[in-house]
Structure formats: structure tokens, C-alpha cells
Design a protein around this ligand. Structure first.
Ligand SMILES: [Zn+2]
Ligand SMILES: [Zn+2]
Length: 189
């Protein structure tokens, strides 16, 4: 993981997906055999868009741009550990109620996100607002929505090894497969 410019520590690898899984075949590209979802979760860097270039199959990450100009670092006591403790996660198919086909459905899907599971990969995005400006910084084509991470809202302890709190935000990930560029952008919840 690259170093966080604010914290001086490595960024958090939050999730890591092996793209040899057939269900994630859509994400596979010549430069990508694994997909890490990452960001520093202990400071304001995640508040504004961040762009990263992946190489070496997804194992190597370079910062292209981080637009944040705030200087906020989480209190020592509330910081998430660096690195996050390792645990296995299970990839499950979305159910009908997780797929937003109408407004009613949308609210239900939002309710389940964070109480039943913490990460959505592919499928339809759940947005508070539809994002603008998804231009890839290299080729200028529109980046593709790939995943969203939310915090653990309930007592379910969906992640047992760490108290997975992010503040009131979801982190959206976008990918340009041609350039192996990843963008993160948050939306408040
Ligand atoms: Zn940081
Ligand atoms: Zn591109």
C-alpha cells in the first residue's frame, strides 16, 4: 500500500478480490488479476476524489492524484489499525432485495447495506446522488462503477477482527480497465 501523505502510515487495504473468481470476470483486465479496494480510513484524504494507478496485476499501487486539501486526522484512540487485521470474506450473490429496481427497493437495499453486508461489488450502484465527472484522468473516457464499501451499522459484527466504522459515508470505487486506474469518491449516508 502507498503511504498516506497526511498520516505518514500505509493506506488501508480494505478488501482484496481475486479476479480469477468467475463471478468477477468482468473486472479482469490485462493489467489486473486482483482487485484491492483501499484508502486511508484514518484521515480526510478519502473525503475528496482520489486516483490511483494499479500495476503488477493489481499488487502495485501508485498515487495519481488526491484532491483533498483538508487536514484532519482521526484521534489516536479511534484510529483503525494499520494494516487492518486480516480475515477472510465471503462473496455472495446479490438477492432481489439488494438490487435497486424501483424507489421502494432502493430504500430497502440501502437498509440492508451495512446491516447485512459491507461491500457491494459490481451490479447496480446504490447512490445517494448520481455522481458526475467520472472521467479517467489518463484516457478521459468514463470510468466504470465497480464497488462500494460501507461501515458496519449494526451489532452484527460483520467483520469480527476490527470495529469497522468509517463515519457516515460510503466509499465508491470506479475503474478504468484500459488504464488500470482506480478512483475513490465518497457520499454521505
Ligand atoms: Zn491518512
Ligand atoms: Zn482510462
Amino acid at each position: 500500500m502507498p503511504l498516506c501523505k497526511l498520516c505518514g502510515e500505509h493506506m488501508h487495504q480494505i478488501f482484496y478480490f481475486d479476479l480469477n473468481d468467475d463471478r468477477l470476470a468482468d473486472l479482469k483486465a490485462k493489467e489486473l488479476t486482483a482487485l484491492p479496494l483501499f484508502s486511508c480510513l484514518n484521515c480526510s484524504m478519502v473525503w475528496e476524489p482520489q486516483y490511483f494507478k494499479l500495476s503488477d496485476g493489481g499488487k502495485s499501487i501508485q498515487i495519481i492524484n488526491q484532491e483533498n486539501t483538508d487536514i484532519w486526522i482521526q484521534d489516536e484512540a479511534d484510529k483503525l489499525p494499520v494494516p487492518l487485521p486480516k480475515t477472510n470474506i465471503k462473496l455472495i450473490e446479490m438477492k432481489d432485495e439488494d438490487i435497486p429496481t424501483n424507489e421502494e427497493n432502493y430504500d430497502l437495499a440501502f437498509d440492508l447495506f451495512g446491516s447485512e453486508y459491507l461491500c457491494r461489488v459490481l451490479g447496480a450502484p446504490l447512490y445517494e446522488e448520481v455522481p458526475e465527472d467520472l472521467e479517467c484522468p489518463i484516457c478521459k473516457k468514463e470510468m466504470k462503477y465497480i464497488a462500494t464499501i460501507t461501515q458496519d451499522l449494526g451489532e452484527l459484527e460483520l467483520i469480527s477482527v476490527v470495529d469497522f466504522q468509517l463515519g457516515e459515508m460510503n466509499i465508491y470505487y470506479y475503474l478504468c480497465k484500459d488504464c488500470s486506474v482506480i478512483k475513490t469518491q465518497i457520499q454521505g449516508t
